[in-house]
Write a protein that binds this ligand. Sequence first.
Ligand SMILES: *[C@@H]1O[C@H](CO)[C@@H](O)[C@H](O)[C@H]1NC(C)=O
Ligand SMILES: *[C@@H]1O[C@H](CO)[C@@H](O)[C@H](O)[C@H]1NC(C)=O
Ligand SMILES: *[C@@H]1O[C@H](CO)[C@@H](O)[C@H](O)[C@H]1NC(C)=O
Length: 208
Amino acid sequence: MSMKLIWSLCSCIWLVMAISTLAQTSDDSNAVLDTAGQALQSGVDYYIQPAITDNGGRFTLINRTELCPLYVGQENVSGPKGLPVTFSPFVEGETVVREGRDQKITFSAVTICVQSTTWKVGETDQDTQRRLIGTGEDENQSLPGRARNYFRITKQATPDGVYNLEWCPTEVCPTCRFICGSVGAIVENDKRLLALDGSVLPVVFERA
Ligand SMILES: *[C@@H]1O[C@H](CO)[C@@H](O)[C@H](O)[C@H]1NC(C)=O
Ligand SMILES: *[C@@H]1O[C@H](CO)[C@@H](O)[C@H](O)[C@H]1NC(C)=O
Ligand SMILES: *[C@@H]1O[C@H](CO)[C@@H](O)[C@H](O)[C@H]1NC(C)=O
């Protein structure tokens, strides 16, 4: 009887250990998946595009009223044009892009503007009252840790492989109370710009 109890205790402990070891070694837990079902890797080029057609084309850099700075926008129509991005997770040494984690998103492009091509939550558009997604390093000290440069990817309930982009950098600053927002598109002078605080644009990631 007591031997049996010890035996079942042992096997139970062994099982718990085995499961926790598995959890530690399974690298792709909560990985964001590309259109081929592969985990998104940091530093690798991906195109971001709407999950549904007739919502504009791939993400790209576009200008507004001046040549610079450039904003995050979309091609007008779906097609081969657009610029790929790379992801750079906030957690040091992380090589997989995971759901709900903070990362920088940077267009793999060279521009004539002095600003970097890293995404940044920018100013509020006067007409729509939505915060635009611009580019450049966050040098405004009013938020710690360049928080405006960190975005996260969250999974839509269905279908598989469809995601939303959000700004809510609580990994960068766990004690901050951000006015979080999801990324959607607005049309301004026939140009498609990305912005927080309104309609949300579901996206997919295609390896470049
Ligand atoms: C936007 O950029 C293009 C070149 O890429 C330039 O021809 C155009 O003048 C710019 N628009 C404004 C408003 O500066
Ligand atoms: C989309 O069309 C508008 C109007 O023709 C143009 O100003 C804009 O540059 C186009 N956008 C892109 C990304 O080519
Ligand atoms: C920094 O951000 C605050 C709050 O968003 C804003 O009021 C201020 O104008 C910004 N400063 C600069 C230099 O952009």
